[in-house]
Design a protein around this ligand. Structure first.
Ligand SMILES: [Zn+2]
Length: 159
């Protein structure tokens, strides 16, 4: 395997319905600052949290895919969204475990599991083990860290 291929990431593509190889997105803070809104930069790059009930998508019930607002990686299917009552968009599973990374977060005096975009390392939110069936997981996301792509809005119209 060449070095170039070794640097690739395996990411699940919803449009292609398969694992694809992509380059990690390693843009610098300066580059991200130019790309993202101030609030999105604070959340995605500085591990911030939007105030509950203030971000987008909390009440969104449309069919489609939630993507990383920074690099566009597919993250959560609308089928896994549920009303957690927390004020943040909540999901019981990502489109694929390949697309998110998790890390232990010991800030705020308690142990939590941080959820990051696998491709760009952007901070998305946290995952808690108190979600609904079938996974029992609650991915509590900052809506500002997500971009919603309605189903059928590109060529790959789903049934
Ligand atoms: Zn990303």
């Amino acid at each position: 395997m060449s070095d170039e291929l070794a640097d690739k990431l395996e990411i699940y593509s919803v449009a292609e319905d398969r694992i694809v190889l992509v380059d990690p997105d390693e843009r610098s803070d300066d580059e991200w600052r130019r790309e993202l809104s101030e609030e999105a930069f604070r959340i995605l790059r500085k591990k911030g949290t939007e105030r509950a009930f203030t971000g987008p998508y909390n009440d969104n019930k449309e069919q489609g895919t939630y993507r990383c607002a920074a690099c566009g990686t597919d993250l959560f299917p609308s089928e896994s969204k549920f009303d957690s009552g927390t004020g943040w968009p909540s999901f019981f599973r990502p489109v694929s475990d390949a697309n998110v990374a998790t890390e232990e977060d010991r800030s705020l005096f308690r142990r939590r599991t941080e959820v990051l975009c696998r491709r760009c390392g952007g901070h998305l939110g946290h995952v808690f083990p108190d979600g609904p069936r079938p996974t029992g997981q609650r991915y509590c996301m900052n809506g500002t860290a997500l971009d919603f792509e309605p189903a059928g809005s590109d060529e790959a119209e789903q049934e």
